[in-house]
Design a binder for this molecule. Structure first.
Ligand SMILES: Nc1nc2c(ncn2[C@@H]2O[C@H](COP(=O)(O)OP(=O)(O)OP(=O)(O)O)[C@@H](O)[C@H]2O)c(=O)[nH]1
Ligand SMILES: [Mg+2]
Length: 218
């Protein structure tokens, strides 16, 4: 009986020792996986990047005023007669909430086929229309609807640009010409008037208002 009791005590002690060792090993492993300063730092960086950099894709027919709008936003002021964008134009805006990365792709016919490829990585689409180019409004509408079909969720801000021109169509006319009423029920869609000469954007839709709207949408 005494021998059996000794064996039982020894067995219990051995089990307790194995359990403790297992507990310490698991604890160390778990801590190393989750709590090392490095993993903490990378998790923080991923969250930080996720939170702080938002992509805004800027599209529209050639000559609509995309680069001029972006120059106005960047504070550089719009250079009248700036050159057509032959590829990309990029600016970043630093706001207290996040960094807005604007990417314009040129509106020339040869570049439009690439537009849809950039929808996937963007948070908002800004579509610029020359309100005074009445002859090309149907084309601007077709290109816009092609993009809307390719991405059915993306928030969209349409800028009816060149409102300073005497022959510019009004915002309600533009709404009609671009067939926006059907779209507005399906996604977040805004139509703003703009003019992008010197401080033009701040005079019409308002730089701060435009920026605030983008920040609510990202
Ligand atoms: N009157 C007037 N002219 C504008 C306005 N915005 C742009 N422009 C002029 O329109 C022309 C074309 O402007 P851009 O900004 O180069 O047009 P874009 O859409 O970037 O054109 P691409 O790069 O070729 O796709 C330039 O001569 C601008 O100065 C505006 O609000 N009013
Ligand atoms: Mg341009």
């Amino acid at each position: 009986m005494v021998v059996l009791r000794h064996i039982s005590v020894a067995f219990s002690a051995a089990m307790a020792a194995v359990g403790t060792a297992l507990f310490i090993a698991l604890n160390l492993f778990y801590k190393r996986r989750v709590w090392t300063p490095e993993s903490d730092y990378y998790t923080f960086r991923e969250e930080e990047e996720e939170r702080s950099e938002k992509q805004v894709l800027v599209l529209g027919l050639d000559g609509a005023g995309k680069s001029s709008v972006l120059q106005g936003l960047s504070g550089a002021g719009s250079r009248r007669g700036c050159r057509p964008t032959r590829g990309f134009y990029f600016i970043s805006l630093h706001t207290p909430a996040c960094q807005l990365d604007f990417l314009e792709i040129g509106g020339g016919e040869d570049l439009r086929m690439y537009w849809v490829d950039y929808l996937r990585r963007t948070h908002i689409l800004v579509y610029v229309v020359d309100s005074s180019d009445r002859g090309r409004l149907p084309q601007a509408k077709d290109e816009l609807h092609r993009l809307l079909k390719a991405d059915t969720d993306l928030p969209v801000v349409v800028l009816g640009n060149k409102q300073d021109k005497p022959d510019a169509v009004s915002v309600p006319e533009l709404h009609e010409a671009l067939s926006l009423s059907s779209v507005a029920d399906q996604r977040k869609l805004f139509l703003l008037a703009s003019q992008s000469g010197s401080d033009g954007l701040s005079r019409t839709c308002g730089l701060q208002k435009f920026q605030d709207l983008l920040l609510t949408l990202v």
